[in-house]
Design a protein around this ligand. Sequence first.
Ligand code: DAT
Ligand code: MG
Length: 165
Amino acid sequence: MIQQTLVLIKPDGLKKSLTGNVLTRLSETKLDIVAAKIVRVSRELAEEHYKQLKDKPFFEELLKYIMGEYHKKKVMALVYWGENAIDKVRQICGATNPEEADPVSIRGAYGRITTKGVYENVIHASTNEAEAEREIKLWFQPDEIIVDLYPTKTVKKSIEVRVWA
Ligand code: DAT
Ligand code: MG
């Protein structure tokens, strides 16, 4: 089954210069990268991304982590596309808890748990097709992705945009 999945290299991954390592590991999947960008994560985006976890005791710390308050204020967002993309990527990521993750997985090799109990697990990857759709639409606009993943429509907008001076 051809699928797409959202990958985030989280602020700890960027701070520790793990981008190359993570992308190399993910290249084992032979999936296609169809979108990529560096994003400064707003509180609004962080809350929306993790909204299923808003009742968890670690939610506030999780928001600070993904917003980069403990590392660098940026994440790398990518869309991987191809046969069984969701499971292939999750497999290489490893389990959510970095101490329980397979040591050769990305999270097992590079993740840690902080003294505050935050799982700094380097990478996010969607867990199923519904989540992938919600997350890809949250992080990317249609024109930022080089293939048509979901139906689109055209709307007329009259807005001010920033351009090069
Ligand atoms: P995953 O990222 O593996 O999909 P998730 O969606 O359940 O896991 O949780 C999102 C993130 O929240 C996870 O990457 C790290 C953090 N998290 C989850 N459970 C946690 C816990 N028990 N303690 C601390 N952080 C946790
Ligand atoms: Mg999840």
